[in-house]
Design a protein around this ligand. Structure first.
Ligand code: FE2
Ligand code: FE2
Length: 211
């Protein structure tokens, strides 16, 4: 069951890079992944906390810029703003959940602040000038998130990480059964990431068509 779910999410979800802009987005994500892997290695709980602080930024920036675009052109947003803001909120909830499982170290808190200062500003201009590539970038980022949460799941299932009870905030948010565990949480989070991946790839495709 879990294996089938894993295979599904891993195999179906990759969007093949076709244009120069796609390859740039993919290259950037693969480049950033090297640093994340070096820094976190197998500390999946800490990885989740730090990376979710980054993951919750693009939706908010995209939502803001689509909102301004809708005002500027006096044109309907086709539901994009809400979708993007929902994504940001969903990613922030991932953070609220994982911080119950793993607390960041002082050094990680410092890293979170520096990363936000750089990433928020960089992503703002990235989205402003290259929205299509920015969505493709997030699509690829979410592909990597699915891979990381799959590894997290494997460590839990192999007994290398303790399958602790799910935090109450997670049970409430996803309406999980009482007695749910960390494994259940990682499964639903991974589904969220897969949904963001697909949404962002579709948005990137739509931006292409609009042009
Ligand atoms: Fe997330
Ligand atoms: Fe994500």
């Amino acid at each position: 069951m879990v294996e089938a779910a894993t295979a599904n999410l891993n195999d179906v979800g990759h969007y093949e890079a076709k244009t120069l802009s796609d390859r740039f987005a993919l290259g950037l994500v693969k480049f950033l992944r090297v640093f994340a892997d070096l820094f976190f290695q197998k500390r999946y709980g800490h990885r989740a906390v730090v990376l979710e602080t980054v993951a919750a930024v693009p939706g908010m920036v995209g939502g803001l810029l689509q909102h301004l675009k809708s005002l500027r052109h006096i044109r309907d947003d086709q539901g994009w703003i809400k979708e993007l803001l929902d994504e940001a909120e969903n990613e922030r909830m991932h953070l609220m959940v994982f911080v119950e499982v793993s607390q960041p170290t002082i050094w990680e808190r410092f890293l979170i602040m520096v990363t936000q200062a750089i990433f928020y500003n960089a992503y703002f201009f990235f989205y402003l000038f290259m929205p299509k590539t920015a969505h493709r970038f997030v699509g690829y980022l979410e592909e990597e998130a699915v891979v990381s949460y799959t590894h997290y799941l494997e460590e839990i299932e192999a007994g290398k990480l303790e399958n602790v009870p799910a935090p109450q905030i997670a049970i409430d948010y996803w309406d999980l059964a009482e007695g749910a565990t960390l494994r259940d949480v990682v499964l639903v989070v991974r589904e969220d990431e897969a949904r963001h991946r697909d949404t962002n790839h579709v948005f990137a495709n739509t931006e292409t068509k609009q042009k």
